[in-house]
Design a protein around this ligand. Structure first.
Ligand code: FAD
Length: 588
């Protein structure tokens, strides 16, 4: 989920952007200063204690938008940015504040009594329920912004260990409650919020913030056993003292969790090679209503269907991932990168395909169309191909070979290549700086655009190289009349991942709308583009998961017999059908 940085051309515009970025960037915390929630801060997933120097700070997550509440820009910065967008992009912006937390009305909890043994684990407090209500898809952000928390869960469980998870599931089953596991709540596919017809006698959300410990490290085999509620910074903090890292960096890294990554099959930001969480899972433990399943630690196995693969992508429908052994690495020492400009987007695509099929395996191989390049303030109005290598061995030769190959498609590289050799310490700083700079601002910007009454969202897919051109043209053809009718909009594209047989194109759209119309306008565009993906044989999601939002198109994509088989698996782990109903399949 990336919305770009909305760059423009003039100096005044650059200053406003800088002001807004500064407003949303401060205060920033260091990744290494994150700590487990303590009893004092146990308010569900929205609050975390942080040390900055000698001061213990408690930071609160926004109750409606992306990220930390203290990064919401002030009225003046928002007004200036809205004015700039109106002037430069012709978008009518109407900045409004979100409905305040205190003003939100929550219906009473349907849970009347919590078993005494879970008194320390389960909360029905208003703010805890409120903060465990929504994920962070566009429509959820809009509804939360408007103060609509109708789907709030009736109770929130914060277990401390696998036994408590099992106890919560026993209680949920006996009480007829739907159980929804929740990691960072960064789902963009309605994965953590039940629809009215799925609520049963009520809903208990099982949030994992108290299960974020390192259980064991095997430095010989380079693997670590970590609990499912650990966020990206927490995983880094746990592995740092062992001079190891996971190197899995989805854009939601700061808040999303290991368990969430595993069950949504998250994709990291590297374009080729080991980047999906699937590649890093060695063994997994999942607590289900019928029991606990722990897979054997193995580097590989041909012993029948892979039990890890059953859990990967299960999206909370089978059980709760309480811990996993993950394959870890040392930090790379050498880095090389280059930006290559192309007059034609099609030439950049052809160059990326040549690289993906070259066996050079660049760590990054990112195509940005001219609109996307402008949004991200790179290039000069042309399409851009960013190529990067990171390795323990020198990367210069491979970058030179990749550049020579890309140049054959008409690319030019006015800024030349960059090569760096890092110490471990410098590399740690580099990694932090990288994700912060490249990934961090976009989601905050999306929340800002929501508050202006605009539609701003992303969608992603994967298709074969032979399908891409027609798919890309059809997507533009589908949105153009809608944008025209709504008063203007833009669709931009980049490749997040490339494979030998096809790319994973990632689209951003920003379009005119108004407060009160955003949900309808967004739904229209989302439906149109999803229909095109489906009709062209592309996938409804390369890494954002299925959830409830993508169900209509996932139901077409997966073979009918597979749904029957999956439901049989579901019934084995969860005969009463309490686990995340409505996600992936409807049990028969
Ligand atoms: C700004 C933004 C950027 C994003 N960038 C990326 C990206 O780069 N790559 C990517 O792949 N995704 C991305 N996403 C989507 C999302 O972050 C991923 O799907 C992520 O893996 C979800 O992790 P989470 O811990 O937040 O899970 P949640 O959002 O809490 O839950 C997601 C699903 O997993 C289930 N679940 C969560 N934890 C567990 C558990 N321990 N056991 C069983 N089920 C569980 C939930 O029930 C739900 O179905 C992005 C989202 C946002 C908002």
């Amino acid at each position: 989920m990336t919305i770009g940085r909305m760059a423009g051309t003039g100096d005044g515009e650059a200053q406003v952007i800088a002001d807004v970025r500064q407003a949303v960037n401060l205060p920033r915390r260091e990744a290494s200063s994150l700590h487990l929630p303590t009893a004092a801060t146990r308010l569900g997933p929205s609050v975390e204690s942080t040390t900055r120097g000698p001061i213990l700070m408690t930071r609160t997550r926004s109750h409606w938008g992306w990220g930390w509440a203290d990064r919401w820009p002030d009225d003046a910065a928002r007004a200036a940015f809205a004015e700039m967008l109106s002037a430069m992009r012709g978008l009518r912006c109407e900045p409004r504040p979100p409905v305040e937390l205190e003003a939100i009305v929550l219906r009473p909890s349907a849970v009347r009594a919590v078993p005494p043994e879970l008194a320390d684990v389960v909360s029905t407090a208003r703010e805890v329920r409120l903060n465990a209500t929504w994920g962070r898809s566009f429509s959820e952000i809009v509804r939360a912004f408007m103060g609509d928390f109708a789907p709030a869960p009736d109770a929130v469980a914060s277990p401390r260990n696998a036994d408590e998870v099992a106890a919560v599931l026993r209680w949920a089953e006996a009480a007829g409650l739907a159980a929804i596991p929740r990691g960072g709540g960064t789902s963009v596919t309605h994965g953590v919020t039940a629809r009215p017809e799925e609520r049963r006698a009520g809903v208990v959300v099982i949030e994992m913030s108290r299960m974020a410990r390192l259980i064991e490290v095997d430095t010989v085999s380079r693997a670590a056993h970590i609990e499912g509620g650990a966020t990206g910074p927490r995983v880094q903090e746990l592995l740092g003292p062992h001079e190891l890292c996971l190197r899995h960096y989805p854009q939601s890294w700061e808040f999303a969790t290991l368990g969430g990554w595993i069950v949504t099959r998250a994709g990291g930001h590297y374009a080729t090679g080991r980047t999906h969480i699937d590649d890093f899972v060695e063994s997994v433990t999942m607590v289900a209503p019928t029991g606990t399943m722990t897979t054997r630690r193995l580097p590989a196995s041909g012993a029948g269907p892979d039990a890890n693969r059953l859990v990967l992508g299960s999206e909370g429908t089978l059980g709760v991932v309480t811990s996993a052994w993950i394959r870890v690495q040392t930090r790379p020492r050498y880095r090389s990168n280059i930006s290559i400009l192309f007059s034609e987007f099609g030439s950049a695509v052809a160059a990326a395909r040549a690289l993906a099929q070259s066996n050079l395996f660049p760590t990054n191989c990112r195509v940005l169309d001219p609109g996307e390049a402008a949004l991200n303030q790179v290039g000069d109005g042309r399409a851009v191909l960013i190529v990067a290598f990171e390795d323990d061995l020198p990367t210069r030769d491979r970058l030179e070979a990749a550049t020579a190959l890309a140049m054959q498609y008409g690319g030019v590289a006015p800024s030349g290549a960059r090569h760096r050799e890092s110490t471990h310490e410098a590399a740690a700083n580099d990694a932090g700086a990288q994700w912060k700079d490249a990934f961090f601002d976009g989601p905050y910007l999306q929340s800002l655009l929501v508050s202006f009454g605009l539609v701003a969202d992303t969608f992603e897919t994967a298709c074969t190289w032979s399908q891409f051109e027609a798919l890309h043209a059809a997507l533009h053809a589908a949105v153009a009349p809608i944008f025209a009718e709504l008063g203007g909009g833009e669709l931009t594209c980049r490749f997040t991942h490339v494979y030998a047989d096809g790319p994973a194109p990632y689209y951003t759209f920003v379009c005119q709308s108004s407060h009160g119309r955003q949900l309808d306008d967004h739904a229209r565009i989302k439906r149109a583009v999803s229909d095109v993906l489906s009709a062209h044989g592309a996938t409804i999601t390369h890494h954002h998961a299925v959830g409830r939002l993508h169900r209509p198109w996932y139901d077409i994509e997966r073979p009918p017999l597979f749904a029957t088989a999956y439901n049989a698996v579901r019934a084995t782990f969860d005969p009463a059908g309490i686990m995340n109903p409505g996600v992936l399949t409807d049990p028969e």
